[in-house]
Write a protein that binds this ligand. Structure first.
Ligand SMILES: NC(=O)c1ccc[n+]([C@@H]2O[C@H](COP(=O)([O-])OP(=O)(O)OC[C@H]3O[C@@H](n4cnc5c(N)ncnc54)[C@H](OP(=O)(O)O)[C@@H]3O)[C@@H](O)[C@H]2O)c1
Length: 279
């Protein structure tokens, strides 16, 4: 049975010192829940990453994340979208999950408009190659045209096809070559995503994965925050972790809150510790 995700009860389990965390134990009102996920004020672009995993770390069941989500995660997923200016997603996830435009409830749209913000967050797809079919649902099942962020080495034929379909394209800068790195193809610098978005006035960034894009963002030091839902399930199999890449790139985190819903899921929020003002 599909339950109304607004009826889900969230409880705070942990209140680490020095943060804006809730007192443990009590149920959270919708406003309190929203306040716990508010973006930090007076900051530059802020890259929040949101994932759901099984207890054994799988990000998908049979190639899609939908098998992991319960009503509490749907609620937090929707809340994070309603708080964001822009939703960044890798082309692999767009293909796997058949992404369309974001849908925001009328009350949140009104709240956003009253704050002088667009009613609906834009989707920004990151693709090195630009190999995204212009007839994909992303381009027609949406109230806001998406932005496609490509590398300088993207196939010009694919870029043109997207532009002819009316899609705005932004190009990532190339990563500086290390000395002695040879003359191979230039590699895109995903640290350029946030400045591209900030240049369009989009500073509250929500990245919805997937693992390859998140791994690149992590390696580039471009992640500010992680919101992680742990679904009460074991999956096994060979699904990836939430961030993958060619090398390990440890990033110490500070825990901001730990919540539970009444279906056994856990909701954690962490910020990357780098000596800046972190909420
Ligand atoms: N559990 C969750 O919360 C969650 C969230 C998201 C996704 N997922 C799952 O994760 C899987 C998809 O993840 P994925 O890792 O395959 O895909 P992904 O990270 O969404 O996208 C990978 C694509 O991003 C582009 N890309 C990667 N690095 C880049 C760079 N440095 N510069 C420019 N573009 C770059 C490339 O696009 P092109 O190939 O177009 O060049 C690449 O193929 C699916 O099974 C999905 O269900 C789960």
């Amino acid at each position: 049975m599909h339950r109304d995700s607004n009826a889900i009860q969230f409880t705070a389990l942990d209140a680490p010192a020095g943060g804006h965390a809730p007192s443990p134990g009590g149920p959270l009102s919708p406003d309190r829940l929203a306040a716990l996920y508010a973006y930090p004020e007076e900051h530059g672009p802020w890259m929040r990453v949101n994932f759901i995993t099984s207890v054994d770390g799988a990000v998908a069941v049979d190639g899609r994340s939908g098998g992991l989500g319960g009503p509490g995660d749907r609620r937090v997923f929707g809340l994070l979208r309603a708080l964001a200016d822009v939703i960044v997603v890798g082309a692999g996830t767009v293909r796997a999950e058949n992404y369309g435009g974001a849908r925001i409830p009328a009350e949140d749209r009104r709240r956003r408009a009253a704050a002088g913000r667009p009613e609906i967050p834009r989707i920004a797809v990151v693709s090195a190659t630009a190999r995204i079919d212009p007839s994909h649902r992303l381009f027609h099942d949406t109230a806001v045209p998406p932005l496609v962020i490509v590398s300088s080495a993207a196939d010009p034929v694919h870029v043109r096809a997207l532009e002819e379909a009316g899609t705005e394209i932004a190009v990532l800068p190339d990563r500086p070559r290390e000395s002695g790195a040879g003359t191979g193809a230039a590699r895109p610098d995903v640290a350029g995503i946030a400045p591209i978005l900030a240049g369009r006035g989009l500073t509250r960034i929500l990245c919805e994965g997937g693992p390859n894009l998140t791994g690149r963002l992590l390696a580039a030091g471009a992640v500010d925050e992680l919101c992680l839902t742990v679904a009460p399930v074991l999956v096994g199999g060979n699904a990836p972790r939430m961030a993958v890449g060619p090398a390990s790139t440890p990033a110490p985190l500070t825990r901001r809150h730990l919540l539970a819903d009444d279906h056994g899921a856990l909701f954690t929020r962490w910020t990357v510790a780098r000596g800046r003002d972190e909420r």
